[in-house]
Design a protein around this ligand. Structure first.
Ligand SMILES: Cc1ncc(COP(=O)(O)O)c(C=O)c1O
Length: 395
């Protein structure tokens, strides 16, 4: 049997890992360093720093089992787990840019990614960025400058759920020697495999679906071996945002149920989205799986399924009324993050207006009436009842 051709479910649930006791789950290697029998052996290990066990900041056996699974799942050659999603994102971006370069990105990327590009890189390294809506491929072509070295994507975007045409954008970028990075957290590697569409580097907040139980903060970068070795021996090693072994063990545990969780979450999200779409107190639902979604056809082309994060606009911009709705929810807990077993609600207006000017907030195409929910694994009858009773507070 060619194990390289295993389907995702088999890949994630079959281990070739063998320890001396035949333990069915790879052990937790809770150690900082590895010792060597002699000078020649440690000398040789340093020749192969990214792949040999020397120090757990670079490579740890427990974390590596999870990394190898994620790399295979994403059809990449190598993966590196990091301390957080934002560590994975900033490492991948830093790998692609130098002082004075230019980035093309989309206007609705994850807030701290936006802050990193728009504030940190701009003030410290004079790196400029052009923000496009992202729905039309031509916008990317027009935004490219002489000094563009990176096109940074997030498809679907985690707030308004717009998509970008990954295959077409990757083709344009490759022809000009520009690197492409995508935050693929929303779809998860189960429903979207950007590396197979020509994207160079994929990143995830593994705090979401890859972790899936709201008990770990983590991130991961996936690409070809050459790119990954360069990132591992520079941004990863030098900035030090490594994953702890126990976190790696938790991610490995979670990966086994990723396909089945994503399937259940998608089914739930469809039902919740359909419920919201027909509700008179809801003005608009943003969910790429709905036929009414304006980029539905593109989603069908480049994804094989849909995540459980969606947003909708309630039929008022009156903060007092929106506040009452959010506070009335009993099953949807109020909090940031998403992608776990538990359903969550968040109103972007809470934090975005503290970090962005009202103009920039509006330029992102969002307003106070936008509510984001992460649909979890509860029963949809209960979730829709909860929404029904809380929506009574929208006046
Ligand atoms: C789309 C997206 N990307 C990246 C991140 C950052 O991940 P982390 O919180 O693991 O650093 C988040 C976090 O909410 C996110 O929603």
């Amino acid at each position: 049997m060619d194990k390289k051709k295993l389907k995702d479910e088999s890949l994630l649930n079959h281990d070739d890992y063998q320890d001396q006791h035949g333990a069915v789950v790879p052990p937790l290697y809770q150690n900082s360093l590895f010792t060597f029998e002699d000078w020649d052996k440690i000398d040789k290990a340093f020749d192969n720093k990214a792949d040999d066990f020397i120090y757990s900041r670079l490579l740890n056996p427990t974390v590596k089992v999870a990394e190898d699974k994620i790399a295979a799942l994403c059809r990449g050659e190598k993966a590196k787990l990091c301390a957080s999603g934002i560590a994975a994102i900033t490492s991948a971006i830093l790998h692609c840019v130098s002082a004075g370069d230019h980035i093309v990105t989309v206007r609705n990327i994850y807030g701290p990614t936006n802050t990193f590009i728009d504030k940190y890189l701009k003030t410290k390294f004079k790196i400029t960025a052009t923000y496009v809506d992202g729905r039309e491929v031509e916008e990317f072509e027009q935004a490219i400058q002489e000094n563009t070295t990176l096109i940074y994507l997030e498809s679907p975007a985690s707030l308004t759920l717009e998509l970008q045409d990954l295959k077409a954008i990757a083709k344009i970028a490759r022809a000009k020697g520009i690197k492409t990075v995508i935050d693929n957290t929303w779809a998860s590697p189960i429903f979207q495999k950007p590396l197979t569409l020509g994207i160079d580097i994929e990143v995830h907040s593994a705090s979401k679906y890859l972790g899936g139980h709201s008990d770990v903060v983590a991130g991961v970068i996936i690409s070809d071996k050459k790119t990954m070795d360069a990132i591992i021996t520079a941004e990863h090693e030098l900035l030090g945002a490594k994953m702890a072994p126990f976190e790696g063990w938790l991610i490995l545990r979670s990966l086994r149920t990723l396909p089945i969780r994503m399937k259940a979450i998608m089914e739930n999200a469809f039902q919740v989205a359909a419920f919201l779409e027909q509700h008179p107190k809801v003005a608009k639902v943003n969910y790429p799986g709905l036929e009414s979604f304006d980029q539905y056809a593109l989603g069908q082309r480049q994804m094989t399924g849909y995540g459980g994060l969606l947003s909708f606009e309630v039929a008022t911009q009156e903060i007092a009324s929106i506040k009452k709705f959010v506070n009335a929810l009993e099953l949807f807990a109020l909090g940031v993050s998403w992608g776990g077993h538990d359903s969550l609600v968040y109103a972007p207006v809470i934090s975005y207006l503290k970090e962005l000017s009202p103009d920039k907030f509006a330029a992102m195409g969002i307003n106070a009436s936008l509510i984001r929910i992460s649909v979890g694994l509860e029963h949809t009858d209960d979730l829709t009842s909860d929404l029904e009773q809380a929506l009574k507070h929208i006046e």
